[in-house]
Design a protein. Sequence first.
Length: 181
Amino acid sequence: ERMEKYDGREIFLPNIANLLAGDILLSRNAESESRKALLQSSTIRRFTSGSFSHAMICSDPPTFVEAVGRGVGTLSLGRCFAHSLDNIRVLRYPDAAVAAEAARIAQFAIGQEYSVRLAMFSIVPREIVEEVVDRGTFCSALVAQAFAAAGAPEFKATEAVKTTPATIEGLAILRDVTGSL
């Protein structure tokens, strides 16, 4: 991590040279001009009892695949920063071959629609959300599906559509490598 100043405030820039395909980035929106974004992030964290509200997977450093409101797309970490290291966590699966395969699989989701209904279904009982029939996905389900398809048994323990950022955060097999980035 490199610390610099932006608008008179300290920011943390990632050391993208230490990223690996399959790294998982968890984040939370703690600062935004959008009240809606702040509310969404805090609501997800409250309902999941987790520290983070978003998950994405590194496909080819520094590029991450993520599912957001506009659908599944990519984000270059080379263009990002954090105001606080408390707002992010980078987790690494111990089997590099499985992680690389998950990264490859995640790329096939690019262009897929985002599903608000599935995202809601991940945190509320099935009876509350009417039967889901769309083909969209959401952030943590995308990560879980990629790792499950790559052969990571830990990601098969919870159904992908019930996986939240808190579920991923709680997987003991994942190593926190935030400090090295």
